[in-house]
Design a protein around this ligand. Structure first.
Ligand code: HSE
Length: 326
């Protein structure tokens, strides 16, 4: 039976596959463009079907699907698909059906989750067996299409799961399992979602920084990495201030200081802007503090600044995975 199954799973016969990838929190403060944490609140699914035409066609379903571009060059699934078909050296095209579940424009790595799911499903369908680093590099092409730069922190987290460090050129990745008690509280101000938000938020970050700021961030980022390696949530929290992007992006988030202070006062180990914002992320040791109380306080902080907001508590999520039986 096994032999039979293996035969039917060979490359020639497989024409359709689906993968799912979770959303993620990028940066975690000092790890601008370097750290990502996958969380289990939302996920995107991408189904790929090989076709005889040479085209890449994209069908968007689910959340806000009318706002998602179907042109491959403007959808984060497009560039990874083009790269992977080329790599496989096949002349076929592919139909990509995206089932969007990760809300866009909130700082939860929505485009990254789609790019990750697309890369995962095509790697499987085309039997490419790419390494983690190659998968991440490929998926990051999707971010370039929608945000102007191939930042790889969200896609790395969505693809590999848990806490991920992505660095160097060509890309290298390190994956670490987050501490078991870690809870991720996300508070999202109800602001008007901007078009091209990430692209705009990236433009706010200066091209060059002072050595003093780089030193601060290297120290803090090191504490975050060590914190994950040791499973020490308090240590992770000490690194979550950021001297590179936060000083320029915080002004886009009314009540930033109040929300951060209230979260820390109610037991959060650290608080940072979630990716390019506008959500804020607080990391909490659930053994010591109630993450729901942190969420409630964060909402109060926004309310003090006349901003309505919502919160949720999530846990770290696993890697992107092929969905069997589709
Ligand atoms: N690291 C990226 C940024 C994440 O902060 O611009 C965007 O989702």
């Amino acid at each position: 039976l096994n032999k039979n199954r293996r035969f039917f799973e060979t490359r020639e016969l497989r024409t359709k596959a689906s993968a799912r990838a979770f959303c993620s929190i990028a940066n975690l403060g000092a790890g601008f463009d370097v750290f990502g944490l996958a969380i289990n609140r939302y996920s995107d699914t991408v189904t790929a079907r090989l076709t005889r035409s040479r085209k890449i066609r994209i069908f968007n379903h689910g959340l806000d699907s009318t706002r998602l571009p179907a042109e491959p060059s403007r959808n984060s699934a497009g560039p990874p698909a083009i790269a992977l078909l080329r790599r496989a050296g096949i002349k076929q095209g592919v139909e990509l059906t995206i089932t969007k579940n990760v809300p866009q424009g909130l700082g939860l790595g929505s485009s990254g989750a789609t790019a990750a799911a697309c890369t995962k499903t095509l790697d499987y369908l085309l039997d490419l067996k790419l390494s983690n680093d190659e998968l991440v590099q490929t998926a990051s092409l999707g971010e370039k299409a929608v945000a102007g730069a191939a930042h790889a922190d969200n896609v790395a987290a969505s693809l590999l799961g848990g806490f991920v460090i992505v660095y160097d050129n060509p890309v290298r990745t390190i994956v670490e399992k987050p501490p078991r008690n870690l809870r991720v509280v996300v508070a999202t101000p109800q602001l008007r979602v901007q078009t091209d938000k990430t692209r705009k938020a990236r433009k706010l970050v200066p091209r060059t920084i002072e050595t003093r700021k780089a030193v601060l961030n290297v120290g803090r980022a090191s504490s975050i990495a060590m914190g994950f390696a040791r499973g020490d949530i308090r240590l992770i929290g000490t690194g979550m201030d950021d001297a590179i992007a936060e000083p320029y992006r915080r002004n886009l988030i009314p009540g930033f200081d109040d929300v951060k202070r209230l979260a820390i006062d109610s037991g959060a180990a650290g608080v940072s802007i979630s990716g390019a914002g506008p959500s804020l992320t607080a990391l909490v040791d659930a053994k010591k503090h109630d993450p729901r109380e942190v969420g409630r306080r964060m909402v109060r902080g926004f309310a003090q600044n006349k901003v309505r907001s919502k919160w949720f508590v999530a846990q770290p999520a696993p890697a992107a995975a092929i969905i069997k039986g589709r």
